[in-house]
Design a protein around this ligand. Structure first.
Ligand SMILES: NC(=O)c1ccc[n+]([C@@H]2O[C@H](COP(=O)([O-])OP(=O)(O)OC[C@H]3O[C@@H](n4cnc5c(N)ncnc54)[C@H](O)[C@@H]3O)[C@@H](O)[C@H]2O)c1
Ligand SMILES: [Zn+2]
Length: 687
């Protein structure tokens, strides 16, 4: 397996040799980033390495390499063409948070010598490649890359391949628009399909695909991209733009003749009064990021007023009147270690990528969805590939694609199953999502056995053979069917009327169990017993659970951003089963417990430690049941006796020495109660 280049990039630069190696890596990375290939570093790794280089250069000014990329537009790595730009096409300065934005505001004020009077605009920073497009008399005549900012390459061959940049405008105007070209998510999927059909390498991610696609001249296929204008300049003496136009007006003028602008993007363009309002808009755009149809890597704030822009001026790499608030990297590179196939409750074969752990936006990602076999094929994934993984907001992480350049020698394509991984039977491949030919019946017996388990519905008599018979007869197609079985059906499956009666009783008893048990019985991935208890206790009713989105789900202790959407999705998919359970009269509420009722329980604020075997009314209580009981009564279960312990529940030692815990309790003066005395204290909470 290859060493991750990202790992290489982690280290700080501390010597001349390391400095030179870092420069080389940066150069290689940005050459492919701006050139034709997929980047060998993800942006976070690149930025970190670049930062280390900068720090070293500041400390060792005499040793700065004359061709260091750190002071140049596009790090001096973008292919420079021979078309002179009408006006320089610059990069953007950036900040990472509201503090940085305020600092930018202060710098603007210094440059103006007063507070800005005009307003600010807020628009998405689309993660693509910058181009300038020239229209003469309403016709699109030339497209140019950013290059080094003063000269770019002529890429007019892509005219007609870019949505939002029509070949013919509504009016015969002459103007140059500047903006970003990117693949939308949908265009990216299509692009990879087309590439595969032509035996070309798939793209690692939408951003990586664009630079190469724009520059490619001789491809036997065309890939559709999309353009959003974020600025315009006059090309001619005959002015098209309103004189002294503010930024928002410029974009409106451009939009009026049929060119798409950032104002038309899902994130829109807002004009706001001040930077506090701008920050609010930044937050709003950040929140919608995962749902946007195109990747963004930040939000751009600009001074709207043309005269104030001119007064603020431009630097060598970026204008002083605009700032990008960078959003956290949502895409990282890591290694695809294997692909596992699980058979869902409906018989769908779901492939999941197992990844070398990677930190994305504050959480560690180890698994990502691959959707279906077509998805794997479209991305041409091999085991051992360095892949780009995308994870934003509440969504389930997904694999974007492989960095084919980094593929280890001998790597094998991800194998697709030939038989159902669960039952070994045939697979139905009629649709993009493969299914076990048995459908629901495939995963069903295991699910039902699980649901009948002691800590779930506790239907003791429902063993393996019994379940198999009920599933085979078609009487049980999901957990809910258990509750509507007739005496005849039960008898037929068990072969004995007596056993059927006993089973019917147990099933009846299961109807009044707390919600946590029923929820657990649904077999939702990632929700075992204690998690089900926490979810049930947190929401109180099944209704509330069903209404919870991923954000609300994360309020439950132990559910992070990776798990929440998975649970929400499964609950939604189980709607028909849950509806049947409700119709069958199964309890859908968690008994009000003290902790939820605002701390009115007898154990509120108390830490209870339990030791030894329980007796009396608690004789049937195991460790798990005792913990549940304590929590229901408002307390917390502890595992060892210490100064924070409030009560020790222990059966009196029969003649011999007191247990270690009892001895410790005596030493600390902790109250000791027998199981009987404790049961009295929590009598209201006993099942
Ligand atoms: N992964 C790699 O190997 C690699 C290599 C080189 C550079 N990079 C990445 O490239 C970035 C630096 O590139 P850069 O100098 O082009 O800066 P940048 O891409 O961070 O920002 C400037 C660009 O943003 C674009 N933009 C998008 N929406 C805009 C809007 N609404 N208004 C104005 N501009 C808008 C413009 O094209 C502009 O040129 C770094 O963050 C780095 O992570 C990555
Ligand atoms: Zn199967």
């Amino acid at each position: 397996m290859t060493t991750l280049p990202a790992a290489q990039a982690q280290s700080a630069v501390s010597s001349r040799t390391e400095y030179e190696a870092a420069l080389q890596l940066l150069r290689d990375a940005s050459r492919s980033y701006y050139g034709d290939g997929d980047s060998i570093l993800d942006d976070a790794a690149y930025d970190q390495l670049r930062h280390s280089v900068r720090v070293w250069e500041e400390e060792n000014p005499a040793e700065v390499s004359p061709d260091s990329p750190t002071g140049l537009v596009a790090d001096g790595a973008a292919p420079v063409g021979d078309v002179a730009h009408t006006a320089r096409l610059l990069s953007l300065d950036n900040v990472f948070d509201s503090v940085g934005l305020i600092a930018w505001g202060a710098s603007v004020q210094r440059r103006l010598g007063r507070e800005p009077q005009g307003r600010f605009t807020v628009e998405p920073k689309i993660d693509g490649a910058a181009v300038a497009a020239r229209y003469r008399d309403g016709r699109l005549v030339q497209i140019i890359t950013r290059g080094d900012g003063s000269h770019g390459e002529d890429i007019s061959h892509v005219i007609g391949q870019i949505d939002g940049l029509p070949e013919q405008l509504a009016e015969p105007v002459t103007v140059e628009v500047r903006g970003e070209v990117a693949f939308t998510t949908a265009q990216f999927e299509t692009a990879n399909e087309v590439r595969l059909a032509h035996n070309a390498q798939v793209f690692a991610n939408p951003r990586n695909g664009v630079a190469g696609t724009l520059r490619a001249k001789d491809r036997p296929y065309r890939l559709q991209m999309t353009f959003w204008a974020y600025g315009a300049v006059e090309l001619d003496a005959v002015a098209f733009l309103p004189s002294g136009a503010a930024h928002a007006e410029t974009l409106s003028a451009v939009a009026a003749v049929g060119i798409q602008t950032t104002a038309d993007s899902a994130a829109g363009l807002h004009v706001v009064a001040d930077l506090a309002a701008a920050q609010e808009r930044v937050d709003a755009i950040a929140a919608m990021r995962a749902e946007l149809p195109v990747g963004i890597d930040g939000v751009v704030i600009k001074m709207n007023d043309a005269a104030e822009q001119a007064a603020a001026g431009v630097g060598s790499r970026f204008p002083h009147w605009a700032i990008a608030v960078k959003l956290p990297a949502v895409e990282r590179q890591t290694v695809l270690e294997q692909v596992v196939w699980e058979v869902g409750r409906t018989g769908v074969l779901a492939p999941t990528a197992v990844l070398a752990p990677v930190e994305i936006d504050g959480s560690t990602v180890t698994r990502a969805t691959l959707h279906n076999p077509a998805d794997i094929r479209r991305r041409d994934l091999h085991i051992g590939d360095t892949v780009t993984v995308y994870k934003a907001g509440d969504i389930i992480p997904r694999v974007q694609g492989a960095v084919v350049q980094l593929r280890p020698e001998g790597a094998q394509p991800v194998a697709l199953p030939e038989a159902c991984p669960n039952c070994g039977g045939a697979i139905n491949k009629a649709q993009e999502r493969w299914r076990c030919a048995q459908g629901t019946a495939c995963a069903l017996p295991a699910l039902i056995e699980y649901a009948a388990g002691r800590e779930m519905l506790d239907i003791d008599g429902l063993g393996k053979t019994y379940v198999a018979a009920l599933v085979a007869s078609g009487d049980v197609t999901d957990v809910a069917d258990l509750f509507t079985l007739t005496a005849e059906q039960l008898t037929a499956a068990s072969g004995s009327a007596r056993r059927a009666t006993k089973l019917a009783e147990q099933i009846e008893a299961a109807k009044v169990l707390p919600l946590s048990r029923v929820f657990c019985a649904l077999g939702i991935l990632g929700t075992g017993r204690s998690m089900s208890r926490r979810i049930a206790r947190h929401f109180g009713t099944m209704d509330a659970i069903r209404q919870a989105g991923a954000a609300a789900m994360q309020d439950v202790e132990g559910i992070g951003p990776e798990k929440a959407p998975v649970i929400v999705e499964q609950v939604a998919a189980l709607a028909p089963v849950i509806d049947k359970l409700i119709a069958a009269g199964v309890n859908m509420a968690e008994p009000q417990d003290a902790s939820a009722a605002g701390g009115a329980g007898p154990l509120t604020g108390k830490v209870v430690v339990v030791t030894g075997k329980m007796t009396g009314p608690l004789a049937a209580y195991g460790r798990a049941e005792m913990t549940a009981l304590i929590e229901k009564a408002g307390g917390r279960a502890g595992s060892s006796v210490n100064a924070k312990t409030s009560i020790l529940v222990a059966a009196p030692s029969s003649g011999g020495k007191p247990s270690t815990k009892a001895a410790k309790a005596a030493e600390l003066g902790v109250e000791v109660r027998t199981p009987e005395a404790f049961a009295e204290l929590v009598a209201d909470y006993l099942a």
